[in-house]
Design a protein around this ligand. Structure first.
Ligand code: 4AD
Ligand code: MG
Length: 476
């Protein structure tokens, strides 16, 4: 059926024309004004219904959530709040939504309630805006890399390796779990498994991206990643999407520059292309924050915050400097931190938040972390204690990006494998790139959902992915 997207009817270009629109009812007022949305815009189109020519039976079915199709003339609107409206000549209800049972009504629903109705929450303005922005961000990411000479590489989802060495993997097997074949030693006999070896869902495409970078120069992968970490926080998912660029001949400084530039580009893009969605979400955030104590509110509104990030160079400091700052901080001296602060610890969320939200009040890149708290592939620094790692921390989110310069020296990498208990025969292909034409290179991973959180002001990661996977939850 030929029809017009509502986005094309909100301006006055087509005034006077007869058009067809289809969408879902948001509201029906005074038995006359029907507001519908078709997903093409955050805004609804107002349909004016003629009581005489529209059957009462049809009018009764115009309840929130019902699907309708209408034909009529587009006219300039008499009312405030919209430029145009549709004078309905014909109206058909395609699908009813019984108001007694349809859960998404035109009132404020909590995010928790809507999470349980994730199959229907797209129909609210908030999720309409969030998912439109999510789309815009992923498109801008591809645009950024395309413009900068990168090749997108599809890295495997099923793999035999644990790139991060954290052991948080979902196993992949076709073995019958009720009757697992065993070896003589009593261990699971993976020779009978589909891949004839243990495999898992990938935690990161980095190792394979590195292989590509050693010939294509600049590559990135943007795929789903899976982590079976049992952390029920507002910033962790078991299935999330990650953007991982990898660049031959880049060092840590180039890597930081790339992360900053990429972030700035994508935020600028959505500021340009999604002003209505951002304004809507900014207002939503401001309303939600009225319930919070003053010290938990954002000092800047959403749009101001995004602009600020696009205009201000990030603070760069070493992990060691950050530890010094933390140990001299008020909360440390007053014993307000729950976790200890000393050189060698993995920074906790409370420490990261103090640095970016209280101390610097802007994004921060921390570098040169202790080797023992970072992955095996990071390049050792000359001090013998730290590695060329970088984490980008942003207000409200904490860690948005994690990356490093990679260890390109074969012997150093072999030493790291031994220290981290990684058998060389498991990563022979990775080590081969250090045997043949090895070169300095660097890359990072940006958590896509954390980026969407940052750009939308949503405070729970479950609300920026259509169907979140978290411990004990894989509904839909
Ligand atoms: O710091 P991570 O673990 O780094 C890596 O996986 C590297 N291999 C990336 C690379 O250098 N190519 O993860 C990178 C980012 C984090 O900074 C965070 O934004 C996001 O991925 N992330 C998660 N997002 C949602 N849920 C989780 N459970 C996440 N774990 C990491
Ligand atoms: Mg990390």
């Amino acid at each position: 059926m030929k029809r017009n997207a509502i986005s094309t009817l909100l301006g006055t270009d087509l005034v006077g024309e007869t058009v067809t629109v289809c969408g879902w009812v948001r509201t029906f007022r005074n038995d006359q004004f029907l507001s519908i949305n078709d997903g093409s815009s955050l805004s609804n189109l107002q349909l004016v219904i003629d009581r005489e020519s529209t059957d009462e039976g049809v009018r009764k079915r115009l309840t929130t959530g019902a699907a309708v199709c209408a034909v009529g003339q587009l006219v300039e609107s008499q009312g405030k709040g919209q430029a145009t409206e549709l004078e309905v000549a014909q109206l058909e209800v395609l699908g009813d939504a019984d108001p007694e049972v349809y859960p998404i009504q035109m009132k404020r629903h909590t995010m928790e309630f809507l999470r349980e109705k994730a199959h229907l929450r797209f129909r609210t303005s908030t999720f309409n805006a969030v998912f439109r922005l999510r789309h815009g961000l992923q498109y801008a990411i591809h645009e950024y890399f395309e413009k900068n000479g990168f090749y997108m590489l599809h890295t495997p989802i099923v793999t035999g390796s644990d790139a991060e060495g954290a052991g948080e993997m979902f196993q992949v097997t076709t073995l019958d779990l009720g009757n697992v074949p065993k070896t003589e030693e009593g261990e699971v006999d993976h020779s009978e498994d589909f891949f004839a070896k243990p495999t898992n869902l990938t935690v990161s495409g980095q190792l394979e991206a590195e292989l590509g970078a050693m010939a294509l120069g600049k590559v990135y992968t943007f795929g789903p990643t899976f982590r079976a970490e049992n952390s029920n926080t507002s910033r962790h998912l078991a299935e999330f999407w990650m953007i991982e660029p990898e660049v031959a001949f880049n060092d840590l400084v180039d890597n930081m520059d790339l992360a900053e530039d990429c972030l700035r580009f994508v935020l600028n893009r959505v500021l340009e292309q999604y002003p209505a969605e951002l304004e809507f979400l900014a207002k939503r955030e401001a309303d939600a924050e009225k319930q919070l104590p003053a010290d938990q509110r954002n000092e800047m509104g959403l749009i101001e915050r995004l602009r600020f990030v696009t205009e201000t160079p990030f603070i760069r400091l070493t992990y060691t400097e950050a530890i010094d700052l933390l140990r001299n901080s008020k909360p440390f001296k007053k014993k307000k931190f729950k976790y200890p602060v000393e050189w060698g610890i993995d920074l906790q969320s409370e420490h990261e938040r103090w640095l970016v939200e209280k101390h610097f009040k802007q994004p921060v890149i921390l570098t040169d972390y202790p080797a023992q708290i970072k992955a095996f592939y990071m390049r050792s620094n000359d001090d013998g204690k730290t590695v060329a790692a970088m984490d980008v921390l942003v207000p409200g989110i904490g860690e948005l990006v994690g990356g490093s310069q990679r260890e390109e020296r074969l012997e150093m990498l072999q030493k790291k494998c031994a220290e981290f208990d990684i058998p060389e025969e498991h990563v022979w292909w990775y080590l081969d790139t250090r045997r043949f034409g090895t070169a300095p290179h660097a890359g990072f991973g940006m958590g896509f959902e954390r980026l969407v959180m940052f750009a939308t002001g949503m405070t729970n990661i479950r609300d920026v992915i259509p169907f979140p996977r978290t411990p004990q939850n894989a509904e839909f």
